[in-house]
Design a protein around this ligand. Structure first.
Ligand SMILES: Cc1cc2nc3c(=O)[nH]c(=O)nc-3n(C[C@H](O)[C@H](O)[C@H](O)COP(=O)(O)OP(=O)(O)OC[C@H]3O[C@@H](n4cnc5c(N)ncnc54)[C@H](O)[C@@H]3O)c2cc1C
Length: 458
């Protein structure tokens, strides 16, 4: 088609189509400083418009790349100069939460923090939270099945969804905005689209599960004498905090010390020299009892020698300061000329051996590697590893070392960030040939012309 821009404008209105040359000054995503390449960016205002845009592009053989806040970490929104980007930023309404049914319905363009705040104003909690909350959208978080800080308590993005509406590549609308916790009416189609990174359909709306907002929050930064002591403390807190533990994060010393130095200077929150550091948080409903219980359980772990030193936040400002030590990984990124990040799942019992073996193997097989920083969501079995190289030539060799080790430890090469472009060629380390063939079958069945987000995942 000669005038695709005109045809898109006829669907959404001219001011909702941005021509490609106006996108070039915009970075492709949060992490990649490359310009956005696309023929145009279109911003539909309704599911019907999304359907018409997709039907048009599918008919004309034009690739479509859905985008949300562009905060993904795997180049999952990378487009070439012939593709059309589809943003749902106009479809961002968040309905009033249903306080009895504990549900809320929202458009896929709604920003995660906006959903959190809307629910909090009604005394409710939306159980998904991660560092990019102020930019990432519901559609993007569902399409990547994001995890984050509270998966221990509330589950990952998939666990928040009761009903879903999405549009297939040919424009077919699948709308099942079911608000029910119980709905066994055949195949659970929504699960196909959650975590599919925009390759099977465009998510337009969702009905989300909510929880009563907790009345208390207690946060502690912990220094552990050993990794095993951290794991024992996690078990203790899960057992003794009456189900209120909501986060248990882990930081290896290299990561922790760099962030403490950058953020706290000489005001160190806990003693130096620990084997690993943790950040834990509990959210409860008993203002009279929760703070004392939290201090008592942390105190018992100190007494047992499983915690070397601890600081319990005394105000919300102190809480934020402690969380920044864990959340801020930009200092890490700046440290490495060419940073290479990993986001893996492993059995808790294998994590320490894995981290030690990765470091030793990298030093042996990729000697120009510039260090290794490890942190993550211990309670979810999810580690993030950041390393780097002086130049990009050896990135492939570095990744092969880490992913081969992951396969040997029976881990997952992507715990929560998805596959996108960057991990596509390594999928076989975590998925069998039969599983990958079944994924291809699904892709072909739902998107036979390969219109949606080509080159991602498989
Ligand atoms: C500082 C920071 C911290 C982060 N921390 C975490 C963390 O703790 N845990 C975690 O899991 N992730 C984390 N992330 C990554 C996180 O997965 C993404 O930020 C988020 O899930 C993507 O949302 P987005 O709106 O930015 O989507 P985008 O990046 O725009 O898109 C992501 C993928 O979803 C697709 N997509 C977007 N919208 C739709 C739609 N409506 N329908 C279908 N497909 C769509 C895109 O094509 C792409 O494949 C972090 C990112 C940053 C920048």
């Amino acid at each position: 088609m000669g005038d695709i821009i005109g045809a898109l404008a006829a669907i959404t209105g001219e001011r909702h189509v941005v021509p490609g040359d106006e996108l070039r000054s915009r970075p492709m995503d949060f992490w990649t400083n490359e310009p956005t390449l696309a023929r145009a960016l279109v911003k539909p205002g309704s599911t019907e418009e999304v359907s018409k845009v997709l039907a048009l592009c599918d008919r004309e053989g034009i690739a479509v790349v859905p985008e949300g806040g562009r905060t993904n970490l795997n180049q999952a929104t990378r487009a070439d100069g012939a593709s059309i980007l589809v943003s749902l930023e106009r479809m961002n309404a968040v309905d009033a939460p249903d306080e009895a049914a504990l549900t809320v319905e929202a458009g896929a363009g709604a920003v995660i923090q906006t959903i959190q705040e809307r629910c909090a104003a009604s005394g409710l909690r939306f159980g998904l939270d991660f560092g990019a909350r102020g930019t990432a959208t519901l559609g993007g978080a569902l399409a990547t099945n994001a995890g984050g800080f509270q998966a221990l308590r509330y589950g990952v993005a998939r666990d928040q969804v009761l009903g879903l509406e999405c549009v297939l590549a040919d424009g077919t609308v699948l709308s099942h905005l079911s608000p029910y916790r119980k709905d066994n009416t055949g195949y659970d189609l929504k699960q196909l689209f959650i975590g599919s990174e925009g390759t099977l359909g465009i998510i337009t709306r969702a009905v989300l599960r909510l929880h009563p907002a907790p009345a208390t929050v207690a946060t502690a930064l912990l220094a552990f004498p050993s990794f095993d002591a951290a794991v024992r403390t996690l078990a203790r807190l899960q057992r003794d905090l009456r189900g209120t533990l909501s986060s248990f994060e882990i930081m290896w010393p290299e990561f922790f010390e760099r962030n403490v130095e950058a953020l706290c200077g000489a005001r160190r929150p806990v003693v130096p020299g620990a084997a690993v550091y943790g950040l834990c948080e509990a959210e409860g409903f008993e203002p009279d009892g929760d703070p004392a219980l939290f201090e008592a359980v942390v105190g018992a772990a100190l007494e047992a020698g499983d915690i070397e030193d601890a600081v319990v936040a005394q105000s919300s400002r102190q809480r934020d300061e402690l969380w920044r030590i864990r959340e801020d990984f930009e200092a890490e990124q700046r440290l490495f000329t060419v940073p290479v990040d990993f986001d893996v799942s492993l059995p808790l019992g294998a994590m320490e051996a894995f981290a030690t073996e990765v470091e030793a193997t990298l030093r042996r097989e990729v000697p120009d590697v510039l260090g290794l920083h490890v942190f993550g969501h211990l309670a979810d079995g999810n580690l993030h590893l950041t390393t780097g190289l002086p130049t990009p030539e050896r990135i492939g060799a570095l990744k092969e070392v880490v992913y081969s080790l992951i396969a040997r430890y029976h881990g997952s090469i992507s715990a929560e960030h998805g596959i996108g472009v960057l991990k596509r060629d390594y999928l076989h380390h975590s998925r069998s040939p039969a599983e990958i063939a079944t994924m291809r079958l699904l892709k072909t069945a739902l998107d036979p012309r390969g219109t949606l987000n080509p080159g991602k995942v498989i």
